[in-house]
Design a protein around this ligand. Structure first.
Ligand SMILES: C[S@@+](CC[C@H](N)C(=O)[O-])C[C@H]1O[C@@H](n2cnc3c(N)ncnc32)[C@H](O)[C@@H]1O
Length: 256
C-alpha cells in the first residue's frame, strides 16, 4: 500500500529515533512494564500481538511470559532494532513484521492478547486502529492500550509542544476519549490505571529530532511552564536541569 504523508513523517522520525528511543531508561522502566504485564493477565498460553511495537521492548517483556509474541511496526529501523534486542535477551518466541497497522495484516481473532504502548498519539485515526485490534483479538481475549493522556484543558498546549518535539505527533487523547473508544468497540471489563513516566528534558531531547530551530522553542516552553503547569507535565527543576513526567493511562479490557 502507498505510504501517506503522515506515514512518511512517521518513518522519517522513527528511523532516527530507533536506537536512542530503545536506550531511554523510561522506555524499559520495570514498574511500567510490570504494570502492563499484570493488567494484561498474560500467561503461557497467550499468542500476543504488539501493535506498532517500535524497538520491541514491550514485546520482549511479554515474550518472557507468553507462548508467542508478534510485533508489527511501520519503521524498518525499529524492526531491525527489535531483532537486535531480542537476540541480546536470547528470546526465541517472537516474530517481527514491518507493516502498517491500518489495516492489521492478520486474520480475525488470531491473537489471544493484543497490546500497544505509546502509539495512539501518532495515529490519525486511533479508533480505527483500536477497531482493528479488537478484530484480530479472539473472543474472550484481552486488549491493553497504554499511552500519554491529558485533561482537555492541558492537551492543546501540550500538543503544540509535542508536535515541535516530534513532527509525527498527532493528538494526545483525554482519559474520557480512551473510555469512549472502549464503549464504542464494546470492550468489556475495562480497568484503568495511571502511571507517571518521568523524564529529564535534556536526555529526552537528545533522543528527539525536532526541526532545525525548534529545540530552543521547546526548552523555552518548558522553562516558562515551571510553576504554571499549562502543559500538564509537572515541569520542575532539580538543580539546573528540567524534569517532567508524561501522565500515562493503561487501559485493559476483554473482547466479549
Ligand atoms: C513512540 S514509538 C512506541 C514504540 C513501542 N510501542 C514502545 O512503546 O516502546 C511509536 C511507534 O509507532 C510506530 N507507528 C506509528 N504509526 C504506525 C502505523 N500506522 N503502522 C505501524 N507502526 C506505526 C512508529 O514507527 C514507532 O515505532
Amino acid at each position: 500500500m502507498k505510504k501517506t504523508n503522515h506515514d512518511q513523517a512517521i518513518v522519517e522520525q522513527f528511523s532516527r529515533q530507533a536506537v536512542p528511543f530503545s536506550r531511554q531508561p523510561a522506555h524499559s522502566q520495570e514498574a511500567f512494564l510490570n504494570l502492563m504485564l499484570e493488567m494484561s493477565g498474560v500467561g503461557p498460553e497467550d499468542h500476543v500481538l504488539d501493535v506498532a511495537c517500535g524497538p520491541g521492548l514491550v514485546a520482549c517483556a511479554f515474550a518472557g511470559r507468553a507462548r508467542h509474541v508478534t510485533g508489527i511496526d511501520l519503521t524498518p529501523g525499529m524492526i531491525e532494532r527489535a531483532r537486535q534486542i531480542q537476540q541480546e535477551q536470547k528470546l526465541t518466541n517472537l516474530t517481527w513484521q514491518t507493516g502498517n497497522v491500518l489495516p492489521l495484516p492478520f486474520r480475525d481473532e488470531e491473537f489471544s492478547l493484543v497490546i500497544t504502548r505509546h502509539t495512539f498519539h501518532h495515529f490519525l485515526d486511533p479508533l480505527a486502529v483500536f477497531r482493528e485490534m479488537v478484530r484480530v483479538c479472539a473472543r474472550g481475549g484481552r486488549l491493553l492500550v497504554a499511552d500519554t493522556t491529558l485533561a482537555p484543558e492541558k492537551r492543546d498546549f501540550c500538543d503544540v509542544e509535542e508536535k515541535l518535539r516530534d513532527p509525527s505527533h498527532t493528538r494526545t487523547l483525554t482519559p474520557a476519549e480512551f473510555l469512549e473508544m472502549t464503549a464504542e468497540l464494546q470492550v468489556q471489563e475495562v480497568r484503568t490505571e495511571f502511571f507517571k513516566s518521568e523524564r529529564n528534558l535534556d536526555a529526552h531531547l537528545q533522543a528527539s529530532f525536532p526541526n532545525p530551530g525548534d529545540e530552543e522553542k521547546i526548552r523555552k516552553i518548558f522553562r516558562e511552564d515551571i510553576g504554571k503547569d499549562a502543559l500538564g507535565l509537572g515541569a520542575h527543576l532539580k538543580g539546573e536541569e528540567i524534569y517532567f513526567a508524561y501522565p500515562v493511562i493503561i487501559l485493559a479490557g476483554k473482547k466479549p
